[in-house]
Design a protein around this ligand. Sequence first.
Ligand SMILES: Nc1ncnc2c1ncn2[C@@H]1O[C@H](COP(=O)(O)OP(=O)(O)OP(=O)(O)O)[C@@H](O)[C@H]1O
Length: 322
Amino acid sequence: MIEVKKLVKKYGNHVAVDGLTFSIDKGRVYGFLGPNGAGKTTTMNIITGYLAATKGSVTVNGYDILKNPEEFKKSVGYLPELPPVYMDMTVREYLLFTAELKGVPKKERQIQTEVIMSRVKLSHMADRLIANLSKGYRQRVGLAQAILGFPETIILDEPMVGLDPQQIIEIRQLIRSLAKNHTVILSSHILAEVRELCDYILIIAKGRLVAQDTPENLERLFSGRDTLCLEVKGTLDQIKQILADVRGIEDSEFSRKAEDHYEVKLTPKEGADIRESLFFAFAERRCPLLSLYEDNGSLEDVYLKLIQEGGKRHESRLQKRA
Ligand SMILES: Nc1ncnc2c1ncn2[C@@H]1O[C@H](COP(=O)(O)OP(=O)(O)OP(=O)(O)O)[C@@H](O)[C@H]1O
């Protein structure tokens, strides 16, 4: 388990990470989601021991990163945004070299390297120079070096950046297979990618955690009360008069689609189900209700709202849930 408490990182006067607190449980895939410059890489660099925090603490299974750097390094594997590969080595040479750097015992290096190359489907490239590999295969080499030593947690910074769609599918499958044996934390600024792969999402904006939950709960939590969308054939006056007689409407918005054809968005009062009343109210006045559906928002809406507002409006909601 990784626990991050009140983490702050300043570059000069610029606050890149602003009081992040979260924990990572074993065996799940976590997504760090946020726009460019949100502080994802900085946070990952701190929790992998590459960068010192200005304030705050990081512990892995109870070990403080500063007091027990060796224990810490053994339990975390890292694939930075730019994988640290040596172009003039073959895949096997590089992985054996990395195993040595990571302190894998000499007698285990060879076998571990072969097992991991097979796991990330690199065995057939073992004797190729890294310089001659495609970006997708280089990324696999980066993943392989992160898994060497079989750390409990694997941290991947923007693992899909620069890959073509086919390579993205392959790396995604690999990450999924890694998740069977490791806790995985990956960062991305692409929502679809994170939603596809992760059990739990941490959204950060401007260095702050603005939401964290499962993708489904985030959608539910922030979509709020469902909006009802109606398409009605009638004049604006007529529609407003009918709605005035329906109980349980908190708010309404009208937009004209064509002559005597309006789209209406209604926010019902807390707990009110007004669908039947709407149906009969329009039917009784012989005003055709062309469609009626619930619009409960999508994770895209949630994400955009959160990052645009820097999370301010939603922090109280998060605090209430905490
Ligand atoms: N070494 C540095 N010196 C000064 N400022 C930095 C440094 N590294 C990052 N920053 C700034 O800190 C903020 C957070 O950067 P960081 O790279 O952590 O964000 P990110 O979410 O990973 O973005 P991206 O998706 O673009 O990688 C940005 O405003 C960035 O310009």
